[in-house]
Design a protein around this ligand. Structure first.
Ligand code: TYM
Length: 329
């Protein structure tokens, strides 16, 4: 049995990028593996969220994950800040993380460019905290989207560096995971890059059908195929990528053929795409509201999850402390 771990920052509602990029793999894996899923509330602090919103966001994401089918009977579901052992291991691993490599991280450079007035130390050491999340349960697999690939690579480096430094074979080499071979990037509706909360180009699982229709209708397109079998511009390729994840292979083939014959009508294409997204999200959306209002259930899930997560985390921390030379008198 393998150990699997994944997580999300509570910085807004879940979008279909989160769902198809990472969660869907986790849901399949929870059936047969030892699975941990957590809400990375410490990670969300890099942007200094309004204290009155922090808890609301954790509640939202937690409810949305449960509504998607994450099963607390099968997987350990917890909130990062409920597990203080993570903070201590983070401190220990920080001693083996170097400024040069942290400064070169793509996500750090991107965030520093976007918010030059808030380049804080937490942002710099974000990959160390993420490595800690993974190593504290010695995970084998980490279902994530393509954007997290480099963080996984850094996690493997830290694991290897620790093992080498102390002459042990303690930490495993965790692998980013997707059931297809390639990690997935769900693009946004604005023709560029990935779907992301801060990019404002998302379809959320909580979006009502009318909202989804409107967003898809407004998605960026061009003036149409330049001829037979023309290459697709990015904005069109992106919509096809989304269609590939939500629609049947026959539907995808149909619109690909229309594109290749230069007969596609974007109005029909978008209508179909919106309909297929709505089909996937509707049953999830309907469950979210019930779960979100069930305080007793959420309390039970997070309390039990924290207990199980701390059991595993404190075992790792005790062993790491021993390896590093900490002793009691
Ligand atoms: P976050 O909160 O940005 O996203 C959560 C998960 O959703 C995936 N994802 C996507 N996948 C495909 N296409 C997209 N457009 C897209 N947008 C988001 C992300 O890859 C991620 O898997 N640093 C992490 C949270 C984290 C974590 C961890 C994850 C903290 N510690 C340990 C795994 C293991 C993050 O910011 O994800």
């Amino acid at each position: 049995m393998k150990t699997v771990l994944s997580g999300i920052r509570p910085t807004g509602n879940l979008h279909i990028g989160n769902y198809f990029g990472a969660l869907i793999n986790f849901l399949k894996m929870q059936e047969e593996n030892k699975c941990y899923f957590f809400i990375a509330d410490w990670h969300s602090l890099t942007t200094h969220p309004d204290p009155s919103l922090l808890h609301v966001n954790v509640r939202n994401v937690l409810s949305e994950y449960l509504a998607c089918g994450l099963d607390p009977e099968k997987a350990t579901l917890y909130i990062q800040s409920d597990v203080p052992e993570i903070a201590e291991l983070y401190l220990l691993l920080n001693m083996h993380a170097y400024l040069g490599e942290l400064e070169k991280t793509v996500s750090f450079k991107e965030k520093a460019r976007q918010n030059p007035n808030n380049v804080n130390a937490g942002l710099l050491t974000y990959p160390v905290l993420m490595a800690t999340d993974i190593l504290i349960h010695n995970a084998d697999y980490v279902p994530v989207g393509k954007d997290q690939e480099q963080h996984l690579e850094m996690t493997r480096n830290y694991a290897q560096r620790f093992n080498h430094k102390y002459g042990v074979e303690y930490f495993k080499q965790p692998a980013a995971y997707n059931f297809g071979q390639e990690l997935i990037k769900i693009p946004g509706l604005d023709g560029s890059g990935k779907m992301g909360k801060s990019e404002g180009n998302c379809i959320y699982l909580i979006d009502e059908p009318k909202v989804i229709e409107k967003k898809v209708k407004k998605a960026l397109t061009d003036s149409g195929p330049a001829g037979l079998n023309a290459p697709k511009p990015d904005c069109i390729e992106n919509l096809f990528t989304i269609m590939q994840t939500v629609s049947s292979p026959e539907t995808l083939q149909h619109y690909n053929d229309l594109w290749n014959r230069a007969e596609i009508r974007y109005g029909d294409f978008k209508k179909q795409l919106a309909e297929d997204i709505i089909n996937v999200t509707t049953p999830i959306r309907e469950r979210i509201y019930d779960i979100k209002n069930d305080d007793a259930y959420l309390r039970k899930v997070t309390r039990e999850g924290a207990e199980k997560a701390r059991e595993s985390a404190s075992k790792t921390l005790k062993e790491v402390r021993e390896i590093m030379g900490f002793k009691t008198f």
